[in-house]
Write a protein that binds this ligand. Structure first.
Ligand code: TYD
Length: 674
């Protein structure tokens, strides 16, 4: 097999296009149109075969056939692991020819069970095309992320997008063709005609696609098997997935019940086809133009809004009694569902697989569950005053789907809203005028005054890092600049704290369990926050604390190997969520630090060297996880340098910046050099 010509550049073509890709796209256009047409024709055939039964059995038969068409896409994509290993051209030709045989056999056998089985097999035979649609040309070997534009990657992406557009864009074409063919069949053979003509035309399209693939020339083998949608569904569950499932449910409900809805207005397959055409044209418009909709509006809000709109349109569609209106409503519903898809993809582009699974599974659920529900409900005559209104099972089923879709939209809006506090409708109104709504735009931002809230700075580090000295120097420097400064420390800054400190650090304390130790430090901290830190901050003071929460995370979490997340949660509760505005971490080699300490060592200092190593690693990990809130310094550097860097960093967070000119004078204060 050769790969010659696969991505041969063509100066007139967009990047990634090539003669062979264009021919591949033609084959796909034929095959995909055939597939969408087959979906309509097989469901219509099921409707015809069940026609002698009660009308609601027809709904169930149509739902069954639609569900069986979708099941392979949900359950069987792992099959493509086998087919991608074979010669791609042979596989694609076989996939098309199998469908030719299946579609031709349906009118010949003329029985509902075979129609259902054929629908399932048509769904299976569609699978081998999917990897080719997803990756029509070999992916570039390595995409270097730092390079702004990688032509090979761009070409592959363009090729993929053009294939996807072809596959999706075939749906409205097929639906329109279905409508025309159904009208022709009605005219030629009467209203009771079968969907035979449509089935034969779909078969002819598959045959044409097979011929196009044969004429294609060699295709490269570089395609990947499809991931299993169910696995993706449960991986990375998200509110965006819930929203897309709501949109899929609404769209699936219309598709699954369109035939019986059309039939209840006395319209035949042409009526059914026009509802499908409305839905698919709308969906394509939504998917491709959706990203441009309400450009100034938050994508998260757009997603929720689109799903709620789809739900509302579905409810209205369920209640109107006019097929033309239904077809138009289906079109608008398609736009809303397609827009939801586009918005969700913009929100979580890395989870496209998950989103696709959510939509697919929801559509399958709609096809499998709603028609039997419609059948079970039956027709109910409601008398309102003098008038009577027939409520059909299909209407009830559509309303149920509308309620579920509305719930999904609501949940997504609540969970994803990224503009909380901004009134939704004003935001939407501004977006409709092409503006971004900014609340209180006229009011200037209120300056943060020192008196409103103080500043909290913590010094952290292992034993002998010199943080006590640096904390004191920083406090002196701040006081010199006129700030109200409270210096404090842990453990033992309060009366109760002093007793806890004695228990914690006394070497006589033996057998204290790590959890009890953690709780005692947390108790000391709770008392410290409530009685020292918070009151000082309310006053607007600057609090400088020698050790705080990070000491518990590093010593009890990393050092004693207790779960760090649990300790963080416990301390969050103990401190009512108070975190330092800045944490200064002085890093020191444990050996060097411990050597600096005067004897005798306390209970924690006498822990083995490995314990102190883990504590150092713990502090480092905490600082790396939130670099904006930390200043990490090597404690081995000269004291003046450290002080100067600490002052520079503290100046950034002070309510009223200390002018550097003032600094020149106070930097030489005798107190600061101690
Ligand atoms: P301390 O005498 O204040 O020493 P240092 O100058 O090192 O701060 O002792 C406090 C000891 O308590 C120290 O070894 C670290 C330990 N500690 C914890 O294990 N967990 C904590 O939450 C805190 C605040 C301290």
């Amino acid at each position: 097999m050769t790969e010659t010509g696969v991505i041969r550049p063509d100066p007139a073509a967009p990047p990634g296009d090539s003669p062979i890709l264009r021919r591949l796209r033609t084959a796909l256009a034929l095959s995909a149109t055939g597939h969408w047409l087959a979906a309509g024709a097989l469901t219509a055939a099921a409707g015809v075969l069940a026609r002698d039964d009660a009308p609601m059995d027809r709904a169930a038969s149509v739902g069954l056939v639609l569900a069986l068409l979708l099941v392979p896409a949900v359950l069987l994509p792992p099959v493509t692991r086998l087919t991608v290993r074979l010669d791609r051209r042979t596989v694609l030709v076989a996939a098309d020819l199998v469908r030719v045989v299946l579609l031709v056999s349906v009118p010949l056998v003329d029985a509902l069970p075979w129609t259902a089985a054929a629908a399932f097999l048509v769904g299976v035979a569609a699978l081998p095309w999917a990897p080719t649609v997803a990756r029509p040309v070999p992916a570039p070997v390595a995409v270097v992320p730092t390079r702004a534009a990688d032509p090979a990657a761009e070409a592959a992406e363009n090729a993929r997008r053009s294939m996807l557009r072809t596959a999706v864009g075939a749906a409205p074409v097929a639906a329109a063709l279905f409508a025309v063919l159904a009208l022709v069949a009605d005219a030629v053979a009467g209203a009771a005609t079968r969907a035979d003509l449509v089935l034969y035309v779909a078969a002819a399209l598959f045959l044409a696609s097979a011929v196009a693939v044969v004429l294609l020339g060699d295709l490269p083998r570089d395609t990947e098997a499809l991931p299993a949608p169910l696995a993706l569904l449960f991986r990375g569950g998200s509110a965006a997935g819930i929203a897309v499932a709501g949109a899929g449910l609404a769209g699936g409900a219309v598709a699954a019940l369109a035939l019986v809805t059309a039939a209840s207005y006395g319209a035949g397959d042409a009526g059914y086809a026009s509802v499908l055409a409305g839905l698919s044209i709308g969906a394509c418009a939504g998917v491709f133009q959706g990203p441009r909709a309400l450009a100034a509006f938050s994508r998260a809000r757009l997603l929720g809004l689109a799903v709620l709109a789809a739900a509302l349109l579905l409810a209205v569609l369920a209640l109107v009694h006019d097929l033309v209106v239904v077809a138009f409503l289906a079109g608008f519903l398609g736009v809303a569902a397609g827009t939801a898809w586009a918005a969700a993809r913009t929100l979580v582009p890395e989870r496209t697989g998950h989103l696709r699974s959510a939509a697919l599974v929801a559509a399958l659920v709609a096809a499998a569950a709603l028609p039997p529900l419609a059948g079970a409900v039956g027709v109910h005559r409601l008398t309102v005053g003098d008038g009577a209104y027939d409520l059909t099972g299909a209407q009830v089923a559509l309303l149920v789907a509308a309620v579920l879709a509305a719930l999904a939209g609501y949940v997504a809006l609540r969970r994803l809203d990224d503009r909380r506090g901004v009134p939704f409708f004003r935001d939407l109104g501004a977006a409709l005028r092409g503006e971004r709504y900014t609340p209180h735009a006229a009011e200037p931002p209120r300056p943060r005054r020192a008196a409103e809230r103080g500043v909290f700075i913590a010094f952290e580090g292992g034993e002998g890092a010199g943080k006590t000295t640096q904390a004191r120097l920083a406090a002196i420097w701040l006081r010199d600049h006129g700030y109200d400064v409270v210096t404090t420390h842990e453990p033992g800054a309060t009366k109760i704290g002093m007793r806890l400190r004695a228990m914690l650090l006394d070497r006589e304390t033996t057998g204290l369990s790590p959890r009890a130790e953690t709780l005692l430090y947390a108790a000391d901290r709770a008392d410290h926050v409530a009685n020292v830190i918070r009151p000082a901050m309310r006053r607007g003071a600057i609090v400088v604390s020698d050790r705080y929460v990070d000491s518990s995370l590093a010593y009890q979490g990393y050092g004693r190997r207790e779960p760090v997340a649990d300790i963080a949660r416990l301390n969050d509760w103990a401190t009512t969520g108070l975190l330092p505005d800045l944490t200064i971490l002085l890093e020191v080699q444990p050996e060097a630090g411990l050597r600096r300490l005067p004897a005798p060592a306390d209970r924690i200092e006498s822990e083995p060297a490995e314990f102190h190593e883990r504590v150092r690693d713990g502090f480092r990990a905490l600082a790396e996880a939130d670099p904006d809130r930390y200043l990490v310094l090597d404690a081995g550097r000269p004291q003046n340098e450290l002080s100067r860097e600490i002052q520079d960093r503290i100046r950034e967070i002070l309510p009223d910046p200390v002018p550097v000119s003032a600094e020149e004078v106070t930097g030489s204060f005798p107190a600061i050099t101690e």
